[in-house]
Design a protein around this ligand. Structure first.
Ligand code: EPU
Length: 341
């Protein structure tokens, strides 16, 4: 028997800060607890939501069934040699604190992903990325609970099928795996990734000639803080839309029509359009509806003005999508998960 919390308040467990009640909730720290909780879920046929840091989720006001929070902790070096190390981290560790620990340990590769809200277990789901780095760049493997086989399984990088803001866990087989521990391969020798123009410029403006990991870490934190709202002050889920990938012909057509269009070629031969720019140009930046709005420093981020809820946010998102479609003939895709769908 495990003790579910009935009518649990999840308002502090979603970064939008929405008032949300779950029919029942439990936080699990051990495999034994996870298995007991899943047994209840299966016996009762409850719909199930696995909750990480709640920073990429739009929760409706009432969540029927069960919510399981994974709280497994621990950061351990499994193997190291002169040039790299494999670090295993529990899904319940806070992502940004984990990045801070790696900095202290002198293990490099993920510093460009500093200050991304949420927990480690959620990071592979959407293959988090920022400032020229994606989680998959340093990913080694992970341990997940496979609900189909009812056991822990090991998944390699290939198994995880990472893409831009995508993975096996998001579009492949959602709901099948519960991420339990993630392993990263990190370098003991620092080689800065300054491929993101804004980061390189920022470092140069500071007069830093040969940037060390703590310089890049600090720069990323400062850039993020200047552009993105802090969730505990202003509820948000980071980018609300993906940057759309379009074929080169579409890009050329748009560029002719809108010479200021911001886009970057993608490794797959497509062009990634800056959705923030499209939304900004459609006039939405700083827009305020009754309960929700568009952040005034970054149009890609939708915010809770205080009394917001999923319905009002999705209504705003729909209007934004329609106006971008009308102006640019480009379809925006919502990036966070909406639950229940
Ligand atoms: N832009 C505008 N107006 C705006 C917002 C952006 O003109 O209101 C322009 C910017 O000036 C810039 C371009 O659009 O030239 C791109 O903006 P930015 O560099 O801020 O990055 P982004 O494409 O908006 C992506 C990620 C972010 C990540 C940053 C930095 C997605 C969906 N978003 O945003 O990730 O931090 O790059 O690498 O890929 C997240 O996923 O939650 C997230 C914050």
């Amino acid at each position: 028997m495990i003790a579910w919390i009935e009518n649990a308040d999840l308002s502090a467990k979603n970064s939008l800060g929405f008032q949300v009640t779950a029919e029942r909730f439990i936080a699990v720290e051990t495999l034994e607890h996870l298995e007991l909780a899943l047994k209840d879920v299966e016996q009762n046929n409850w719909p199930l939501l696995i909750l990480g840091g709640g920073s990429n989720l739009v929760l409706k006001s009432f969540i029927p069934g069960a919510v399981i929070g994974v709280s497994l902790r621990g950061i351990n070096v499994l193997a190291d040699n002169e040039s790299d190390a494999i670090v295993e981290v529990g899904a319940g560790e806070n992502w940004h604190q984990f990045i801070g620990r790696l900095l202290e340990m002198g293990l490099h590769g993920l510093e460009n992903l500093a200050l991304i809200p949420g927990n480690v277990g959620a990071a592979p789901v959407q293959n988090i990325g920022a400032y020229g780095v994606e989680l998959s760049d340093c990913f080694h493997s992970l341990t997940a609970y496979d609900r189909e086989r009812a056991e822990l399984v090991q998944l390699s990088k290939k198994d995880c099928r990472f893409g831009y803001r995508d993975s096996l866990f998001k579009s492949g087989e959602p709901g099948r795996y519960i991420i339990w521990q993630v392993r990263f391969k990190l370098s003991t020798v620092y080689s800065p990734n300054l491929s993101y123009r804004g980061l390189k410029d920022y470092i140069e403006q500071q007069g830093i000639i040969s940037p060390q990991s703590h310089d890049v870490y600090r720069a990323v934190c400062e850039i993020r803080q200047s552009k993105l709202p802090t969730p505990d002050q202003i509820g948000n889920v980071g980018s609300f839309f993906e940057n759309p990938l379009v074929p080169e012909s579409t890009y050329q057509q748009l560029k002719q029509q809108f010479p200021d269009l911001i886009a970057h070629p993608d490794s797959s031969g497509f062009y990634k359009l800056a959705a923030g720019w499209l939304i900004d140009q459609a006039g939405w930046k700083g827009y305020k509806a009754a309960k929700v709005g568009v952040y005034d420093k970054q149009a890609l981020v939708l915010i809770n003005l205080g009394e917001g809820d999923a319905d009002s946010l999705l209504k705003l998102a729909k209007s934004i999508k329609e106006s971008v479609l009308q102006k640019f003939a480009v379809e925006l895709r919502i990036e966070p998960r909406i639950y229940p769908a």
